[in-house]
Design a protein around this ligand. Structure first.
Ligand code: SAH
Length: 445
């Protein structure tokens, strides 16, 4: 057991851990919230900072609640399940405010975080590892934070409710049909993960069996039995990942039942989602996020819009309704393919798609450009893209970000030429410390 330290939580970190000052030491502690006092067990140290967990709680925050999920601290996925939703939103607003002020050195108003109407059971995608425990029983659940040990769990508080009974029945059917589960140490066994995707707007549900080899024995009967128990499943896909790796999905795929994809709609447009497609995980909040971003564009339909870091083209396709033309750029080839299909499916003709690095693309682009919408991954954008934005003097930039700290860094860079006129956090991931932000920049006169 690690050293025990008594301390008071004075703040919440950007990762959602309680910040405790004990003498000269700083401790980041899971499941501890401002004003709470506790005995904390120090688990490990990294870069001069201690990380710990609560051993005994002395004073409780008045906003603390009973979490819905028993394993929420061990799993580490939901940093905020033990605090009420109103306070979660406050933490998120403050995280964005702090980043904008302290990292971005920008003096601008940050609006209160837009919350969710349904802060539980919102996720439309869940991926679950299956393995054997020490006694030889098949278990499934979540990896303990920073480890490969599975904590068995029947129901996750943020996943779509339809997933739980399917995951359970798969475990039972594996036993019945004598299908083995994968063992990471020996690299033997068949089933590695199950991925479930649900559609919000259609009665469609996809099960992806991630296996170590194609066409495993007993497959047909296993899938038939699963479909019999769950007629709500509209497609089953086998994805083969034979590599000894942490990456969940492999490159080979076979459709075992149905069309191999499900459909869903965002802001009135329909998208096909296959096993490996990137698709936003919170179907209700994504509409609020996109509307927040796109409402910033004035309704002059004569503008050319660049959708950078476009994924499967969702934002650009929605923006195309009110634009002269949309140019979209994305680095992942398959996502661009999906985006082209999505444009056809929705009869959008004023959009073009490019596959490549956003910075390279914009640097070489010499056509008209009025507005840039950018939605980079967590690490933010890069100097090439941002410096080109500065040189091009685009009228308006709408920055959609999933990491307030890298957003603030990039905004500071752009602030030599652009004024930040609007910052709006949106809660796409209730119960977790993650927060999405929309920022608007206007070219300085
Ligand atoms: N706008 C989309 C996707 C955002 S996720 C949506 O709302 O669904 C960020 C995307 O940026 C990913 O699809 C990723 O593949 C892409 N990306 C990452 N680095 C990139 C780069 N250097 N140039 C272009 N796209 C990139």
């Amino acid at each position: 057991m690690g050293k025990i330290v008594k301390g008071k939580c004075i703040d919440i970190s950007s990762e959602g851990k309680g910040v405790v000052k004990a003498g000269r030491d700083i401790i980041f502690c899971d499941g501890l919230f401002p004003n709470e006092e506790a005995d904390i067990e120090i688990l490990y140290q990294r870069a001069g900072v201690h990380f710990g967990k609560v051993r005994k709680l002395y004073t409780m925050s008045k906003n603390r609640i009973q979490p819905k999920c028993k394993i929420c601290t061990a799993c580490g996925g939901c940093q905020y399940q033990q605090i009420d939703y109103k306070t979660q939103l406050l933490f998120k607003t403050n995280r964005v405010k702090n980043a904008i002020k302290r990292i971005g050195h920008i003096d601008t108003r940050v609006n209160d975080c837009i919350g969710a109407d349904h802060p539980y059971n919102y996720r439309n995608k869940i991926q679950v590892p299956y393995a054997k425990d020490r006694k030889g029983n098949i278990v499934y659940g979540f990896y303990k934070e920073n480890s490969h040990e599975i904590i068995p769990n029947k129901e996750c508080a943020i996943e779509d409710k339809r997933a739980a009974s399917i995951l359970w029945d798969i475990k039972e059917l594996l036993k019945e049909h004598k299908i083995s589960v994968y063992n990471e140490d020996s690299d033997k066994g068949i089933l590695r993960y199950v991925l479930i995707r649900t559609s919000h707007h259609f009665k469609e549900l996809m099960v992806v069996l991630i296996t170590s080899e194609m066409n495993f024995p007993g497959q047909r009967n296993f899938v038939d039995a699963l479909l019999k128990l769950h007629p709500e499943i509209t497609t089953v896909v086998e994805n083969v990942n034979s590599r000894h790796t942490n990456v969940i999905l492999g490159n080979k795929e076979k459709v075992l039942f149905g069309p191999g994809y499900i459909k869903d709609t965002i802001c009135g447009l329909t998208f096909e989602i296959s096993a490996s497609s990137f698709f936003q995980v919170n179907p209700e909040q994504v509409e609020k996020l996109y509307k927040t971003a796109l409402n910033l564009i004035n309704s002059d339909k004569n503008q050319v819009v660049l959708d950078a870091y476009s994924g499967v083209g969702t934002i650009g396709l929605i923006a195309s309704k009110n634009a002269k033309k949309v140019i979209s750029v994305e680095i992942v080839k398959d996502a661009v393919k999906n985006a082209i299909e999505n444009a056809k499916r929705n009869n959008v003709n004023n959009i073009e798609f490019h596959c490549g690095d956003a910075g390279e693309f914009i640097d070489n682009y010499d056509g008209d450009l009025d507005i840039v919408i950018m939605d980079p991954p967590r690490k933010g954008s890069d100097e090439k893209f941002l410096s080109t934005l500065i040189n091009k003097r685009v009228k308006q930039i709408i920055y959609v970000s999933c990491d307030p700290e890298t957003l603030a860094r990039d905004l500071e860079y752009l602030s030599s030429v652009y004024t930040v006129t609007y910052v709006q956090p949106v809660d796409m991931f209730p119960q977790t410390a993650h927060v999405e932000t929309v920022a608007c920049l206007q070219l300085k006169e």
